[in-house]
Design a protein around this ligand. Structure first.
Ligand SMILES: Nc1ncnc2c1ncn2[C@@H]1O[C@H](COP(=O)(O)OP(=O)(O)OP(=O)(O)O)[C@@H](O)[C@H]1O
Length: 310
C-alpha cells in the first residue's frame, strides 16, 4: 500500500515551508527528494515521522499503509473528489499488519501512535551517524533498541536478530556487538545506522542525506547496501539528497523541490537525461561535474548514474 502524501503544506510561524506537495511511494518503490538547501526536504521527512518542530502547522494528508498520519478524512475526499463526495483517491482502507496489529484507518493518529510507528513502520537513516547513534550504547544495544521497543522477544531471540542484522549490513557481529560507535569508522557507523533502521522490518525507510558525511567510495557502498536491503525486505524508500549522482543509484523516481514546491518530477533516469527545469539542469550539471571529478572515465563509468538504478 505504501505511502501517499497529498497537497502537503507546512508553515512555521508565518513562513510557508512546504507549499502543496503531492507524491506517493508504492510498496517496494524507491523515491527521491532532491533540492537545494532549505527547499523543505527534511521538513517533509519530519512530517512523515511526526517530528515537526513545535509551532509547525500541517495541512493536507499523509497516509501510510492505509492509516492517515496527518490531515483528516476531508483531505482525502477534497483532492480528487467529485460533486457527489466520491473520490478518485478514496480514504485508504484497513491495513492488517503481519503481526496481527490492526491499524484503524480514517483517523489522524496521536503523538503516541506516531511514536509507536517510528522504528516499527518507519525506519530512519540520518546524515551523520556519529550524531545519530547513542555514544554510550554499544552497537548491540543500539541495534536492539527498536526490537525492545516494539516486540516482545526473549533476550536470546533479540540477540539472534541483532546478530543476523549486523551480518546483513556487512559487519562481523562477534567483532562489533560490544564496541561503541566512537570505535568505528564512519562507514561502519552508518552500517550500524542502517541495521538499526531495518532491524524491526519497517515498511518505509527514510534516508535523509545518509552518505553526505562519507568519502565517495564508502558513499557508493552504503547506498548500494541500503538499496539491496530495502529491496530484499520489500520495503519502500524515501531518499533525500542534494546530489543527483546519489539519487541515480538509490531511486527510480524523484521529485525536485524548490522553496517548498515540486518543480519537476518523474523517473530519475529521465530527469538525468532530459532535465526540463533550470533547477533540475543545475543539479544534474553539478552531479556530472562531481562524478567526472571523481572518475577519469566520467559519468559513463558509473553506469547506474544514467540507469536510474531501476
Ligand atoms: N526548527 C526549525 N525552525 C524554524 N525554521 C526551520 C526549522 N527547521 C527548518 N526550518 C526552515 O524550513 C525551511 C526548510 O528546511 P529543511 O530543513 O526542510 O530544508 P532542506 O531542503 O532539508 O535543506 P538541507 O538540504 O540544508 O537539509 C528552511 O527555510 C529552514 O530554515
Amino acid at each position: 500500500m505504501g505511502v501517499e502524501v497529498r497537497n502537503l503544506r507546512i508553515t512555521l510561524g508565518n513562513a510557508p515551508i512546504v507549499r502543496g506537495v503531492d507524491f506517493s511511494i508504492g510498496q517496494g518503490g524507491r523515491v527521491g527528494l532532491i533540492g537545494p538547501s532549505g527547499s523543505g526536504k527534511s521538513m517533509i521527512a519530519k512530517a512523515l515521522l511526526g517530528l515537526l518542530p513545535s509551532g509547525a502547522r500541517v495541512a493536507g494528508g499523509i497516509a501510510m499503509e492505509g492509516v492517515i498520519l496527518a490531515g483528516s478524512s476531508a483531505d482525502w475526499t477534497t483532492g480528487g473528489g467529485h460533486a457527489d463526495g466520491s473520490s478518485d483517491h478514496p480514504v485508504p482502507t484497513l491495513a492488517d499488519d503481519d503481526d496481527g496489529l490492526l491499524l484503524a484507518p480514517g483517523y489522524a493518529v496521536s503523538d503516541r501512535w506516531m511514536a509507536g510507528l517510528r522504528g516499527r513502520y518507519v525506519g530512519t537513516v540520518f546524515q551523520n551517524p556519529a550524531a545519530a547513534l547513542n555514544p554510550t550504547a554499544t552497537v548491540g544495544q543500539q541495534v536492539a533498541l527498536p526490537l525492545k521497543r516494539h516486540f516482545r522477544l526473549s533476550r536470546a531471540e533479540r540477540r539472534e536478530r541483532v546478530e543476523r542484522m549486523l551480518a546483513k549490513v556487512g559487519l562481523d557481529p562477534a567483532d562489533v556487538m560490544r564496541r561503541y560507535p566512537g570505535q568505528l569508522s564512519g562507514g561502519q557507523q552508518q552500517r550500524v545506522g542502517i541495521a538499526t533502521a531495518l532491524v524491526a522490518a519497517p515498511r518505509l525507510i527514510i534516508a535523509d542525506e545518509p552518505t553526505t558525511a562519507l568519502d565517495a567510495v564508502t558513499q557508493r557502498q552504503i547506498v548500494d547496501l541500503l538499496v539491496s536491503l530495502v529491496d530484499d525486505a520489500g520495503a519502500s524508500l524515501l531518499f533525500i539528497t542534494h546530489d543527483f549522482s546519489v539519487l541515480a543509484r538509490a531511486t527510480t523516481r524523484c521529485l525536485v523541490l524548490d522553496r517548498g514546491r515540486v518543480v519537476e518530477s518523474g523517473p530519475t533516469a529521465r530527469l538525468l537525461a532530459e532535465p526540463r527545469e533550470p533547477l533540475t539542469r543545475r543539479l544534474v550539471t553539478a552531479a556530472r561535474t562531481l562524478t567526472l571529478g571523481a572518475s577519469p572515465g566520467g559519468m559513463d563509468d558509473t553506469t547506474d548514474f544514467g540507469g536510474g538504478a531501476a
